[in-house]
Design a protein around this ligand. Sequence first.
Ligand SMILES: *[C@@H]1O[C@H](CO)[C@@H](O)[C@H](O)[C@H]1NC(C)=O
Ligand SMILES: *[C@@H]1O[C@H](CO)[C@@H](O)[C@H](O)[C@H]1NC(C)=O
Length: 394
Amino acid sequence: MGRLAMVLCLSSTAAATAARTSGSVPACPPLRGNVTVKVPDIYPESADFAFSTCKFYLGSLNNGSLVEWDPYTSMGEIIEIPEVGHNPDFFLCGVDYSHATGTIYASVSARDPWMPYIGASLRGPNRLIHYSPQEKAILWQANVDSLVQEIERDTGSPVAGFQDSAEDADGNAYFIAAFGNAILQVDPDGHAIKFYSPERPATTYGFGGAFVTGDNVLVVADAVSHAFVRFELSGPAPSHPTVAAPRGHHPEPGPGPERQNGGGGGVLECDALVAPPRYQDRVCLCSAVVDRALSPHGAIAAYRSEDGWRTSRFAGAIPVEFGQAPDVWSTAQLATADRVYALSSALPYDESLAFPRTGSTTLVDITDKIDALVGELAPGADRSDGAGHAHEEL
Ligand SMILES: *[C@@H]1O[C@H](CO)[C@@H](O)[C@H](O)[C@H]1NC(C)=O
Ligand SMILES: *[C@@H]1O[C@H](CO)[C@@H](O)[C@H](O)[C@H]1NC(C)=O
């Protein structure tokens, strides 16, 4: 189990609230190609792009800090978070941009659920940090511990590992627990209430990532049901989900190329979930870091939906083969208005649990690879060439 330890905080998910390019902010100058973030020993678990400042924000898992990176000037800055930074109780997991507010949310989880192995101990503090990139200020830190304890008393089951968030059209954040599958709704002032918890919570890894669509639908990837859990936030019963597994997964991991294409065993176990604006809410990417059947360093699995995620289909996966030393996985994907990136995460995946030293980390431009997987859903794709159907049998 030691080797899995860090896939930790499996976290993240940079959920892009797709399709919205924040009407109120001017478009960012175009970017293309890999972005190298030259900050040493960054230990990144998650990242997102802020349309409000045209900068990337990366979370440093081990340091509990945020890194701001300007891809146009290649200048970076470390943003320290009081109480969380360099605090051995915490990991900084998910980093997520809210299109409604132009701000960044950082999901901070206790370390105990992730170290020395996943699910080690389902306890410890969790915080949601709200950061304004424009004001360069932490707006608030929501301490959710008493609320979590209340939910635990009500359900008789542990709730832990808040590793990601997604934000709705009204500026509320949905803060998701990977263990116990609870969701807290945190309003724009930092006040948290229970939004959802299952009747009979599992104690294994479940909610791994989330995004909110342009129609204000919250979609969460669940590794307990291996399905997408969908909440209509603007509907009459926002906290009553519907659950539907994606179609097209092989029942068992196949040999050769099928195996490379992922989706083995009908597994939907995501460390992050993002719906890049490029595909207008019809494609999402799951950081499939845990399933080593896909490739030695995990994979990025793509899913597609043309009915607002009522139903969905596996579209294929790309193995993470970024080639950098020491041991690089991709714990999150993220997106600008028109490109898609995979975060390179050098984290301790070996028995030592030591954090590998690095000189930089790369946001790998995977746009063309994802375009190829999703065929006619890619902008400018020729709908007549059948490319989009090539993966249907998967
Ligand atoms: C992380 O902490 C190390 C040691 O304190 C420091 O050298 C490094 O600059 C920090 N990096 C970030 C991204 O916070
Ligand atoms: C971007 O990074 C990936 C992964 O390291 C590499 O395979 C690819 O060649 C790079 N692209 C460019 C244009 O350098």
